[in-house]
Every structure is written in structure tokens, then in C-alpha cells.
Design a protein around this ligand. Structure first.
Ligand code: ADP
Length: 450
């Protein structure tokens, strides 16, 4: 049991977690870098402590500083948010070793899921459908490796077992380039992730990105909370997310969701998590599990009515889930737009001072943001300054509501992607539903030519 939570993150998610804590009557300790010293959300915390200079390595990734802040503030739990230390098994282990609660799964679970080959093996065992390809270390001989790729069928993709952030992957279209691609990816992986293990799987050419949110307690109970579609991406970065994934039969989502919940039970998973799938030709293929809260969790909250962050804190406190799978009813449709401070043409981050700030409002409109007039979007961190989320009775209603909200929202002083989102909401491909992960880039390329 704990009554004080240190929030080891910044920005909108730090505020989101703070609100969840307050809703449960928990005290909060905010930590911040020198670049965030003026952030308004710090005022709302019970205590705020500076943990270092702006560079993430010296502040939000500085494990010793964060553990020290927990010690002097008396926090008994640490919520890592997303990004930064949220999927760092070593940090989770240090938190546990310090006698504190890491608000997330055990270090062991994070380690297993952080190794994509081990994760794939665990998922297959639980009956979760995976991308065709072995879930064992690759053999060393070229002939044996060729035999594996031939059996999968070209094109294949070579991936780093320890990869993340869309790096450490290479598509191979023909046998002649396979061995070289393996060597290059291995070397890249060794340098970037400190783990040279690579594996091969089928490359899917036009998949959708569909994911399943799960919630599990420490008593062996696990639930799945519906699907999300995050196919609208640019350079592997999600731009728009929605729940549920449009056009996929409810029974098919339920079958996969059940396998995800079963996988959680089998590996002793506790907390919230996301199973990411590629969806192609009416089939789900597991690619990875994120062992943390996701940026896009609000669309699931809007469709299920469940406060995912409060549930996450409750299970971290050792509480038994009071919900049962039959209680989880997904109603209507929710859409989230990620609003970034960026150049509308080059997409380069464009930090700066926000001078004007008009938020949209009305029925079923939600803005998750730490920003406002007078706030400076920092050059040191991610350029996302707000998430605009709407809910509607149907997908068409949600789209209409999002168009209105985007028209109402005004942000001055910085360049943003608001105009891009307005255009996306009128794109016939997107509004029809079910686009693949290359749709946005194709659409942007066509727009650039026109
Ligand atoms: P990361 O941890 O780096 O995000 P993922 O395994 O989630 O890595 O893959 C990131 C992205 O790479 C996916 O969203 C998808 O666009 C692409 N990708 C990964 N595996 C495949 C595959 N087998 N076929 C096609 N695209 C893939």
C-alpha cells in the first residue's frame, strides 16, 4: 500500500497521472528538469522537486536523482508515465530494490517483453497469433538462415530483438541481400541497443496497426478493454488514433482480446499494457507488447468509461480488479489527434512560446494538455503539446465532433499541425475507415505533388 506517488515524467502525462492520483486521494510528488521549472502542473502537485538540467539523460532519465527525490519526499511509489524510464527493466528493479512500488509490471515481465523474440515465444505459447517466423535465436550458418527465410517467403523483415522506436529493422526482398542485411542490422543493434540478437519474420506490405489494451491485477485476473486503430502514422509516429478499430468484426477482436488477457495471466503480468498487432487480410499478427501506459489510452477511456490510470494505480496498490470481462462494454467511437509544435511542411519540431490559446469544448470533447497561453514548448523534449480527444455515438458522429473541435481550437505563437489534422478529418480515405499504415505518407506525398 502507498499513499504518495512520485511522477517520473513531464508534460501532459504528468498532469494526467496527477489527476488520477488526486481522484484516489493519493499525494503526488512532481519531479522536473530546469527546463520545466515554470510548468503550471507543478503547482498542483503536493511537492515538486528539481532533478537536474534540461537534457533528459541528466533529469528524466537520471535514475539516481529520481530515486533520491523519492527518498527525500517520502514517496512510496513511482509512476513512470510513458517514454523515459517506463520500459526500463533495470529501473523497475532498482525501484523494487529500494523498497518502493514501480507502477507497472515486474522488472522480469518488462525484460521478457522488451526482448521481441522472447515476447513472441511467450505470445505463441498463450495462443496469440504472431507474424510468421521463428521465435528462437537464428542459427549461425548462412544455409540454415536462408532456409528459414525461404520457408517464410519473401519479402521478409530483419528485426533487432532489443529494438524500439522504429529502429533496427530492414526489409529484404530477395535472398541475395539477406546475409548482408542481417550483418548490418546486427551491428546497428549492438551499437544502439547493446544487444546484437536479430530475427526474421514475414514482411507485411499493407497492414493496419491495431492494438488491444489490457489491464491485469496481481491476483491473476486480466481483462482486455477493446481495440484501438493507430494506422495513421508518419515515420512510425502515430498521428491520429481511434477506438474501436473500424470494420473489424467484434467476435474477431474478442477472440484476440481473450488471448491477450490469457497471455497476461500466463506471464504473471500486473498493470496496464498494450498488445500491438499488424492487421492484414483480415488477420491479426502480434508484433510487440508495450508494458506501460500509452499516449493513446484516452480513446479507450472514452469508449469504455474506465479511468485506465486510476485502475493502473489501484492494481499497483495490490487491489483486486473489481471489474469483470462482462462489465467491459465499448460504446460509440473515440478519436484522438496528437497536436505537435512542428513546421507544417517539414514536420521539424518548432518549439516556442504559446501566445494565444483557445480550447474547444462541448459534449464529449476532451483536451489532455499541460500547456496554455504563456507556456513555452521546450526544445528539449517531444513536441506534442496537447491531445484532443472526442467521443461520438458512431464513428461519423465522432468525426463531425472532431471537425468542430479542431475548428474551435486556436493556438498562436507556435507552428502546429492543427491544419494537418483538419485536412485529415476531411480525407475520404481516412473517413471511410480502415486505412493501412502507409496511408498518411502516401496522402502527404500526393498532396505535396498537387
Ligand atoms: P518498435 O518497437 O521499434 O516500435 P515494432 O516491432 O513495434 O518496433 O515495429 C514498428 C513498426 O515497424 C510497425 O508499426 C510496422 O510499421 C513496422 N513493422 C514491424 N514489423 C513488421 C512486419 N513484420 N511487417 C511489416 N511491417 C512491420
Amino acid at each position: 500500500m502507498f499513499d504518495t506517488v512520485l511522477i517520473a515524467n513531464r508534460g501532459e502525462i504528468a498532469l494526467r497521472i496527477q489527476r488520477a492520483c488526486r481522484g484516489l486521494g493519493l499525494r503526488t510528488v512532481a519531479v522536473y528538469s530546469e527546463a520545466d521549472a515554470d510548468a503550471p502542473y507543478l503547482q498542483a502537485a503536493d511537492q515538486a522537486l528539481c532533478i537536474g538540467p534540461p537534457a533528459p539523460g541528466q533529469s528524466y532519465l537520471n535514475q539516481a536523482a529520481i530515486l533520491f527525490a523519492a527518498k527525500i519526499s517520502g514517496a512510496q511509489a513511482i509512476h513512470p508515465g510513458y517514454g523515459f524510464l517506463s520500459e526500463n527493466a533495470g529501473f523497475a528493479a532498482r525501484v523494487e530494490a529500494a523498497g518502493l512500488v514501480f507502477v507497472g509490471p515486474s522488472a522480469e515481465c518488462i525484460r521478457t517483453m522488451g526482448d521481441k523474440v522472447a515476447a513472441k515465444r511467450a505470445m505463441r505459447t498463450a495462443g496469440v497469433p504472431c507474424v510468421p517466423g521463428p521465435d528462437q535465436a537464428l542459427p549461425s550458418g548462412p544455409a540454415a538462415i536462408h532456409a528459414i527465410a525461404d520457408a517464410i517467403g519473401y519479402p521478409v523483415i530483419v528485426k533487432a530483438a532489443g529494438g524500439g522506436g522504429g529502429r533496427g529493422m530492414r526489409v529484404v526482398h530477395e535472398p541475395a541481400t539477406l546475409i548482408d542485411a542481417l550483418a548490418v542490422t546486427r551491428e546497428e543493434a549492438r551499437r544502439a541497443f547493446g544487444n546484437a540478437e536479430v530475427y526474421i519474420e514475414k514482411f507485411l506490405s499493407h497492414p493496419r496497426h491495431v492494438e488491444i489494451q489490457v489491464l491485469a491485477d496481481s491476483h491473476g485476473n486480466a481483462l482486455w478493454l477493446g481495440s484501438r486503430d493507430c494506422s495513421l502514422q508518419r515515420r512510425n509516429q502515430k498521428v491520429v488514433e481511434e477506438a474501436p478499430a473500424p470494420g473489424i468484426p467484434v467476435a474477431q477482436v474478442a477472440a484476440v482480446g481473450e488471448r491477450c488477457a490469457e497471455a497476461c495471466r500466463q506471464i504473471g503480468y500486473c498493470g496496464v499494457g498494450t498488445f500491438e498487432f499488424l492487421y492484414e487480410n483480415d488477420a491479426f499478427y502480434f508484433i510487440e507488447m508495450n508494458t506501460r501506459l500509452q499516449v493513446e489510452h484516452p480513446v479507450t477511456e472514452m469508449t469504455t468509461g474506465i479511468d485506465i490510470v486510476q485502475q493502473q494505480l489501484r492494481v499497483a496498490r495490490g487491489e483486486r480488479l473489481s471489474l469483470h470481462q462482462a462489465d467491459i462494454v465499448c460504446t460509440g467511437h473515440a478519436i484522438e489527434c496528437r497536436l505537435n509544435a512542428e513546421d507544417p511542411r517539414s514536420f521539424a519540431p518548432a518549439p516556442g512560446w504559446i501566445t494565444d490559446w483557445v480550447l474547444p469544448g462541448g459534449f464529449s470533447v476532451r483536451v489532455d494538455s499541460h500547456a496554455g497561453a504563456g507556456y513555452r514548448v521546450s526544445p528539449y523534449y517531444d513536441s506534442m503539446f496537447a491531445k484532443l480527444i472526442v467521443h461520438g455515438a458512431t464513428r461519423a458522429d465522432a468525426l463531425d465532433r472532431m471537425r468542430l473541435a479542431l475548428a474551435e481550437m486556436q493556438v498562436g505563437g507556435i507552428a502546429t499541425n492543427l491544419a494537418l489534422h483538419r485536412e485529415i478529418m476531411d480525407d475520404s480515405g481516412f473517413t471511410a475507415g480502415g486505412v493501412d499504415i502507409h496511408h498518411l505518407e502516401r496522402w502527404l506525398a500526393a498532396r505535396a505533388v498537387a
